[in-house]
Design a protein around this ligand. Structure first.
Ligand code: ADP
Ligand code: MG
Length: 314
């Protein structure tokens, strides 16, 4: 069994006609770092739960390392590690006890389990807290323990559902460093979900943006930025009211326009080409921005664009 993932036509409908996942397909190669990027409610956790055998899909075919998840869930489980967004860890047990228990579940002897716990506690930097109840751990420590638990049986594929949500920047960086190392040095395939554009941008080889149960864009961070072929023209005004008027005046110039407070951002295929038209239009209406910037799109811009397009089509 290798570390690849193949998903074809995945659909999950919950009772009450909740369409959590609506026809998702993607491939992840062995050793690849893949990110599922999307807002709350997009269908990320549902997808992770299905891929890791915890929830049954309504329809669709899923192969993990070439093995059909529906047909041989046990075999799949032995080859993957999962850190879910919500874990049911017993708060009374210590970090060391939990790791040893997990190792025993995976068939380690008592002695092997103890050795594995020592290795993993060091790896995620929890030596000092190893014998304290995990209910007393901080958020960052809990996430590091979650990560250690997923690594007990040296899985080929790691599924991490929002592993850094709610963490402060230094704890976030510590988790990033460890999952990067697992991917680069051990060749572990990573499937990570996140709401943070920066996280996907920094870590992933390939990203799929998921919104309302559908993949709306896929590619490397660079490709996503490039293939959309968009520039962002950013205008800052003195007053919110000026920005509002500018937004109305410029609406037919760009493919897409966003306003927030005193800022207007216009997305267009060629920002430089559009500038003279834009300045003339503003001038005609006696509007002059404080600052004006043309920049290639950030992943943030890509995200706003694809999710807006989807809203318009709906
Ligand atoms: P994400 O992880 O991207 O925030 P989820 O996969 O948790 O999204 O949820 C996708 C949609 O499915 C949401 O509308 C959510 O309310 C719904 N949902 C998730 N789990 C269940 C469930 N067990 N029963 C009913 N609806 C669910
Ligand atoms: Mg989720």
């Amino acid at each position: 069994m290798d570390g690849s993932i193949s998903v074809q036509g995945l659909v999950k409908t919950y009772k009450g006609d909740v369409k959590a996942v609506q026809g998702v397909s993607f491939e992840v190669a062995e050793g690849e770092f893949f990110a599922f990027l999307g807002p709350n409610g997009a269908g990320k956790s549902t997808t992770v739960q299905i891929l890791t055998t915890l929830v049954k899909p309504t329809t669709g075919s899923i192969r993990i390392g070439g093995v059909d998840v529906g047909e041989e869930p046990e075999r799949v489980r032995w080859n993957i590690g999962v850190a879910l967004q919500e874990t049911g860890i017993d708060p009374v047990l210590t970090g060391r006890e939990l790791i040893e228990m997990q190792a025993r579940l995976f068939g380690f002897t008592k002695k092997e389990a103890k050795i594995r716990a020592v290795e993993l506690l060091a790896l995620v930097d929890l030596n000092d807290a190893a014998d304290r109840p995990c209910g007393k751990y901080s958020g960052g420590m809990r996430r590091r323990l979650d990560l250690a638990l997923t690594l007990v049986h040296k899985p080929k594929i790691l599924f991490l559902d929002e592993p850094t949500t709610g963490l402060d920047p230094s704890n976030r960086k510590a988790i990033w460093k460890e999952i990067k190392r697992l991917n680069k040095e051990e060749g572990t395939t990573i499937f990570l979900t996140t709401q943070y554009l920066e996280e996907a941008d920094q870590l992933a080889d390939r990203i799929s943006i998921i919104n309302q149960g559908k993949i709306v864009a896929s590619g490397s961070a660079e490709e996503l930025k490039r293939t959309l072929g968009f520039d962002a023209i950013q205008l800052l005004f003195e007053l919110d009211e000026e920005a509002e008027r500018a937004g109305q005046i410029l609406v037919d110039l760009g493919e897409n326009i966003e306003r927030s407070k005193n800022e207007v951002t216009l997305y267009t295929e060629n920002g430089t080409k559009l500038l003279s038209d834009l300045v003339r239009k503003l001038d005609e209406h006696n509007l002059s921005p404080k600052t004006l910037n043309v920049k290639p799109p950030s992943l943030d811009d890509v995200f706003i664009n694809v999710t807006n397009e989807q809203k318009e089509r709906a």
